[in-house]
Design a protein around this ligand. Structure first.
Ligand SMILES: Cc1ncc(COP(=O)(O)O)c(C=O)c1O
Length: 384
């Protein structure tokens, strides 16, 4: 269906930071499947793990225990605040699961009046009806009304508005630690701490949507680690599978216990193939901390180089922001022609929120890749 504004190229092959189109042209990839390919394209450890698993067992139902799912669950739970995990197939599904869990837990364990979830304006949580409603942007919701009841929006990074929005019906606050699709918006250092305090004070759940920020993207395994807090529920997807579709919803035991057999399920969620790929991805990511270090070093380097461009093109560039390898460059004009010009010159970049160029390369990006990107951006900026 006509759901994407596609660029006129067919991508056929990928290795590391590079992809090649069907007509043989090479591209340097700073989109990374929209923050998915954290280890680059076709990382050998992930490819071999998938090949072996494909010969062993592709799919069985969650009626039975699944070995790679158990190993992946253990690894993610050990490395996060959470005690329990539910596997699904995408970010939106992970958020759906979080919304359902938050409602059920709050109604049963806190107060039957509680159902409402407060989210942020300019947020993005997915395209299913409930997650579309959670998404605080009318442009995505238009035409799909009536939306799901029980959501309310407040400005991001505004603690007073959040405080005032809480009522006896509020069951959870759901936020991205850094807004991705909304234009790479980083909150003040204390914002999430204050949100956490408000949640504690009112016995409200904090749901962090780490679908984009999780899995090392910001230089820590999960972005909440930058802010000195832990959530009650967290969702992840994108980078988790290193390229295969997998999402997950993690929670504290106390909250997770609201789900009983039959309350929530998915046929494909956490199947042997995707869990094997995700396990290889996460193990490689965490191996001696090398890739997270690289993400931090290269994130700083990319940021420095983007700041230099800002000095050079002051009337074009408003601000550089982000963390690790989730960086945004806000422009004074529409970013699409710049994305197109970069594509023609062999570099894939993304534009979000109309005028924010977004850079989310694989975490294995090297200095020479960044230098090439900057040279091309410089050429393109000089001509517009
Ligand atoms: C923060 C956030 N949440 C949820 C989603 C939805 O994920 P998916 O497209 O896998 O459903 C996205 C996708 O961009 C996202 O950035």
């Amino acid at each position: 269906m006509n759901t994407y504004n596609r660029f006129p190229i067919v991508l056929r092959k990928g290795r590391g930071m590079k992809v090649w189109s069907a007509d043989g042209k090479e591209y340097l990839d700073f989109v990374g499947g929209v923050a998915v390919n954290i280890l680059g394209h076709c990382h050998p450890k992930v490819v071999v793990a998938i090949q072996k698993q494909a010969q062993r067992l592709l799919h069985v139902s969650n009626y039975y225990y699944i070995e790679p799912q158990i190993k992946l669950a253990k690894l993610l739970v050990t490395r996060s605040f959470a005690d329990k995990i539910f596997f699904c197939n995408s970010g939106a599904e992970a958020n759906e699961a979080a919304i359902k869990l938050a409602r059920k837990y709050s109604k049963e364990q806190v107060s039957p009046e509680r159902f409402e979830i407060i989210t942020a304006k300019n947020s993005f949580h997915g395209r299913t009806l409930a997650t579309l409603t959670a998404t605080g942007q009318e442009k995505f919701q238009k035409g799909f009304e009536p939306l799901v009841p029980g959501f309310k929006y407040v400005p991001f990074n505004d603690i007073d508005s959040l405080s005032k929005a809480i009522t006896k019906e509020t069951c959870a606050i759901m936020l991205e630690p850094i807004q991705g699709e909304g234009g790479v918006k980083v909150p003040d250092p204390n914002y999430l701490k204050e949100v956490r305090e408000i949640c504690n004070e009112h016995n409200i759940l904090l749901i962090l949507d780490e679908v984009q920020t999780g899995m090392g993207r910001t230089g820590k395994l999960f972005a909440y680690e930058h802010f000195g807090i832990v959530p009650d529920i967290m969702t992840i997807a994108k980078g988790l599978g290193g390229g295969v579709p997998i999402g997950a919803m993690l929670a504290l035991d106390k909250v997770a216990s609201a789900f009983q057999p039959g309350n929530h399920a998915t046929t494909f969620g956490g199947n042997p193939l995707v869990c094997t790929a995700a396990l290889a991805t996460v193990e490689t990511l965490l191996e001696d901390g090398f890739i997270l270090d690289q993400c931090n070093r290269m994130g700083n380097y990319l940021r420095e180089r983007l700041e230099q461009l800002k000095e050079e093109f002051q009337s074009l560039i408003i601000e550089i922001r982000g963390k690790g390898l989730l960086l945004g460059m806000e422009l004074t004009r529409d970013g699409d022609p710049i994305v197109k010009a970069c594509l023609e010159k062999g570099v894939l970049i993304n534009c979000t929120a109309g005028n924010v160029l977004r850079f989310m390369p694989p975490l294995i990006v090297q200095q020479r890749d960044i230098d090439r990107l900057i040279d091309i951006l410089e050429e393109v900026f000089a001509r517009i």
